[in-house]
Ligand binder design. Sequence first.
Ligand SMILES: [Cu+2]
Length: 297
Amino acid sequence: MRLSDGKRFWAAMGALAAVFAVLAAPAMAQGMVGAPTSWGMGLQESGGPIKDAIAGFNALVFGIIVAITIFVFVLLVWCVWRYRAEVNPTPSTTSHNTMLEVAWTVVPVLILIVIAIPSFRLVYYQDRTPNADLTISVQGRQWYWNYTYPDHGNFTFDSYPLAEDQLPPNQRHLFRLAVDNELVIPVGANVRVLTTGRDVIHSFFVPSLGVQKYTIPGRTLETWMRADREGVYYGQCNQICGTNHWFMPIAVRAVSREEFDRWVAEARQRFARADEEPAIAAPAAPADTVQIADARR
Ligand SMILES: [Cu+2]
């Protein structure tokens, strides 16, 4: 039996689609990746409601900026053309125009009010967690992150960046973003984030989730985040905090509720409790050895 040209075409398209589906499956299974991209011009793709709100506000302000820029440019070109010396031998000596002065004061005030109202709304939206599903405590340290899950047995762990050769070849672009122990959250949950600092001020910043909060020694600050899509959302400390400031990436992995519960069960085995003294396995080391160990942490 010979297939007609039309049928052959659709059979070929079908085969091609199947190949793409197989190739794309591993990427799709990983979910969204919130990370910077080469030549990225806009904000990072949004992973949740806070970043959606930020993107909306950004679009409003950007629209206003573009409109004002075009208005000023057109006005300038028109003035240069209309009042050039050639057609205007006797220049005007006008020094006052009450209507114009009132207009150029009132209109900018109105524009600022249009910006201020959604701006304050956004600041307060980010400030307090609506119906928190869980709380995570984030501590910035020189130079790594420490995460604690007080609602899930109070286990605590540190998060360090992966070296370039620890990453699979197709993920080398995530060097300085990927970490050994990711901050895991359930997708769709309102996560209250409490930040503290141990030594200097750091800043917990995950652009694709719209989160940024300083971590300040001696102070606890609150913010929140929610990922509506499964995936990994990368960020970095964005407050200059010393020599290894570059060494503090953040990776937040959003997973299904079941996967989160499995991870918690495993994490409780693997990590120490925050309210427990670390077990002393070896006899007390000489003071200088302890200092070296501390310096390496
Ligand atoms: Cu820093």
